[in-house]
Design a protein around this ligand. Structure first.
Ligand code: NAG
Ligand code: NAG
Length: 461
């Protein structure tokens, strides 16, 4: 027996080699391997973003079913969905057209204005004294034998993730996240850490930034240059939500990993990180066309990828029940670009509005469209003003293995300077982050940026 376990450890493989010893090994992995921790973050608010909080609630149910205690799961979500006046099923949240309520029992560790960048990093780092506001105070106070799983779902842009925070326009910059991971590793505060990220351009959070030697393995919904996708969206015969929902119920990559997890919780052979990555990559690719899908990526310490999911959030096969496997049959579903999902929602609200509400609904849709085109044109104008003066503009696409920007402080302050004049980029405008990065990479001065922004967005008279 001893030799078999050693061989498995060396190879990092389950497989059929050792038959029943595999289960022994998996049990050792999850019981002898310290505590398992989960951090689940939905970075958005608003009913048109229903799907992100639905994803996070579903992830919580998976972790509970996987045997984690509430003491070891920290949930950060705005919590405005279940009780939202637009919710056709008050007090509940679903993540699949025919799925169960995933909201029941979800702890409200950090909600509303306490879902901030600062609190997320404090939770991750296990630093209670860095918390602000009125959350539960729960943090990941993990030790050197512990395994940590972090899952984030929301909007993003090149090099940034969004947080609902006290006001729109709070960004978690990739560099600050990776610094926090390095700090936690240096403090000996985990054995290994896995992070799953659903957001547009989520590959840019780790590309060229995440070291391979800090025992962190990450997968992302998309590469550094493309949108990620909402799924179970209104408007299709297959996989559409119940008709009373005007909003998408989930995100494609998120639903892919969670339904894969649900399907494996039923007591079949355990699954590894690598196997889940392959299965999620396949489903998220829109049958290999990438037409309504994105490229799922993996980053960091690849030597962790043969690890069993039991180390993080799944129950051991022996202990798992064979009960409810809601997701065994995965229906075809309609997917919508993350950034267009709120337009789809506003459009449907308008189409379905009662006659006396039509004008108001139309106004909201037009307002959002107007806001978007104002952001687009002011960024374009700023770029034009800056780069017309002879500065070479860099290629707009990501270079493989390179971070979005070298000087993150420059990126932050360029964004602040722009926003001071032109207003918040917001969850839509984050897509322009690479333009600001290029401005930094080209060595443009802050003075030039301030001048361009004040020309592009003159003060109202
Ligand atoms: C925890 O956060 C506080 C407040 O931000 C900070 O002063 C302190 O250095 C942090 N502790 C650790 C161990 O990083
Ligand atoms: C990939 O996905 C397609 C459809 O989504 C499925 O039919 C196929 O079996 C999958 N392939 C693998 C290797 O999982």
């Amino acid at each position: 027996m001893g030799r078999c376990v050693v061989v498995l450890l060396l190879l990092g493989l389950g497989g059929a080699v050792c038959g029943r010893w595999q289960e022994e090994f998996l049990r050792l992995g999850s019981e002898g391997g310290g505590t398992r921790w989960g951090v689940l973050v939905a970075g958005s608010k608003g009913f048109y973003n229903y799907r992100h909080q639905a994803d996070v609630c579903h992830a919580y149910q998976i972790m509970r079913k996987g045997g984690l205690n509430d003491d070891n799961i920290v949930v950060m979500m705005y919590d405005d969905i279940a009780s939202h006046p637009d919710n056709p099923r008050p007090g509940t949240i679903i993540n699949h057209p025919s799925g169960p309520d995933v909201y029941a029992g979800v702890p409200k560790d950090y909600t509303r204005k306490d879902v901030t960048v600062n609190n997320f990093l404090a939770v991750l780092l296990g630093n209670r004294s860095a918390l602000t506001g009125a959350g539960s105070g729960k943090v990941v106070s993990s030790g050197p034998n512990d395994h940590v799983f972090v899952y984030y779902a929301d909007h993003g842009g090149p090099g940034v993730l969004s947080m609902p925070g006290p006001a729109e326009g709070e960004y978690l910059y990739a560099n600050d996240l990776v610094q926090a991971l390095k700090k936690k590793h240096a403090a000996g505060a985990y054995k290994s850490l896995v992070m799953y990220v659903e957001a547009c351009e989520s590959g840019s959070i780790f590309e060229g930034l995440l070291p391979t030697d800090i025992a962190v393995y990450a997968t992302t919904a998309s590469n550094a240059d493309e949108s990620s996708w909402g799924t179970y969206c209104p408007g299709d015969d297959h996989g559409a939500p119940p008709p009373e929902f005007d909003t998408c119920l989930g995100d494609l990559y998120s639903v892919a990993w969670m339904e894969d997890a649900d399907a494996h919780q039923d007591g079949r052979r355990g699954e590894t990180l690598q196997q889940q990555y392959r299965s999620v990559k396949n489903r998220t690719s829109d049958a290999g066309t990438y037409f309504l899908g994105s490229h799922v990526m993996q980053y960091g310490d690849m030597s962790l990828s043969p690890q069993s999911l039991h180390l993080y959030y799944m129950d051991t096969p022996a202990a798992a029940s064979r009960a409810d496997d809601a997701a065994a049959a995965i229906p075809a579903s309609v997917s919508v670009n993350q950034r267009d999902a709120d337009l789809l929602y506003l459009w449907r609200k308008y189409m379905r509005a009662a006659p006396e509400k039509k004008v108001e609904a139309r106004e909201r849709l037009l307002q959002e469209m107007g806001r978007r085109s104002r952001v687009d044109s002011s960024v374009e104008l700023v770029e034009g003003l800056i780069f017309s003066s002879g500065k070479e503009k860099e290629e707009k696409k990501a270079k493989a293995g390179q971070a979005v920007v070298e000087d993150w402080e420059c990126l932050k302050s360029m964004v602040r300077t722009f926003e001071a004049r032109c207003g918040s980029l917001g969850q839509y405008g984050m897509k322009h982050m690479r333009s600001f990065a290029n401005i930094c990479n080209a060595g443009v001065s802050h003075h030039a940026m301030a001048t361009a922004a004040s020309l592009a967005c003159p003060p109202h008279l």
